[in-house]
Design a protein around this ligand. Structure first.
Ligand SMILES: [Zn+2]
Length: 227
């Protein structure tokens, strides 16, 4: 079993939260491959924890459909599910186009400044080639648009799908160009500032098409990783 300890347990974290955070990162970054069996005992030993918090963390990840638990047969990293990703894309596109319409009307100076700050951070991360940091910052940019029109809990609902998008994106890092995404974000924000809803939506549509991976190519390249 491949398993990386990215950081020590933080002071404020419970053992369950530490196990959850470490396991989740391993799954999203594909250190732990889709379909790979998981040993609760080995993870507990690696992290220096008892088995109970590890079991609880695995149950949390099972609810996020990142882990599959089969009584008697064991636990494994969930296979990637193209249908789940496609449904996430559908939900996100439908909702986010509506969010952008609201954002064009309602985003005030405070929110615009926050979005500008986020773009500046994206520029730095792109320049330094920090892929994972860039993914996070990209998600934050979109979350700020939801917050800008008072719909932060709607973003939380869509957040369920994000780890599934990230796993696919990790498989296609060769296709990843942060400057394409950055340019989309800059154009989206420009249109929001101009209150040009039609233009903002066109840029978002192009952006979402770009961030989605081609399921067929992925399945052909990694048949063992998919349902
Ligand atoms: Zn984006």
């Amino acid at each position: 079993m491949s398993f990386t300890i990215y950081s020590e347990k933080k002071g404020e974290e419970s053992s369950r939260q530490y196990a959850y955070r470490t396991l989740r990162r391993n799954i999203l970054l594909l250190d732990m491959h889709p379909g790979e069996p998981i040993s609760e005992k080995e993870i507990a030993t690696s992290l220096g924890l008892s088995r109970t918090p590890v079991r609880e963390a695995l149950l949390d990840l099972c609810r996020e459909r990142l882990i599959e638990i089969y009584p008697q047969r064991g636990t494994r990293v969930a296979l990637m599910d193209g249908r789940l990703v496609e449904q996430g894309r559908f939900l996100r596109e439908t909702v986010e186009l509506a969010i952008l319409e609201l954002a064009c009307r309602e985003c005030g100076k405070f929110e615009i400044d926050k979005l500008e700050e986020n773009l500046e951070l994206q520029r730095q991360l792109a320049k330094n080639g920090e892929v994972i940091g860039f993914f996070q910052c990209d998600s934050d940019f979109h979350r700020l648009l939801y917050i800008g029109c008072g719909k932060e809990t709607v973003y939380d609902a869509i957040g369920f799908y994000l780890p599934h998008f990230i796993r696919e994106r990790m498989l296609r890092l060769d296709m990843f160009n942060p400057y394409d995404l950055l340019s989309d974000h800059e154009q989206i924000l420009e249109a929001v500032k101009e209150r040009d809803c039609r233009k903002a939506k066109a840029h978002l549509k192009q952006h979402l098409d770009r961030v989605m991976c081609d399921q067929k190519i992925l399945k052909e390249a990694y048949p063992n990783y998919f349902v």
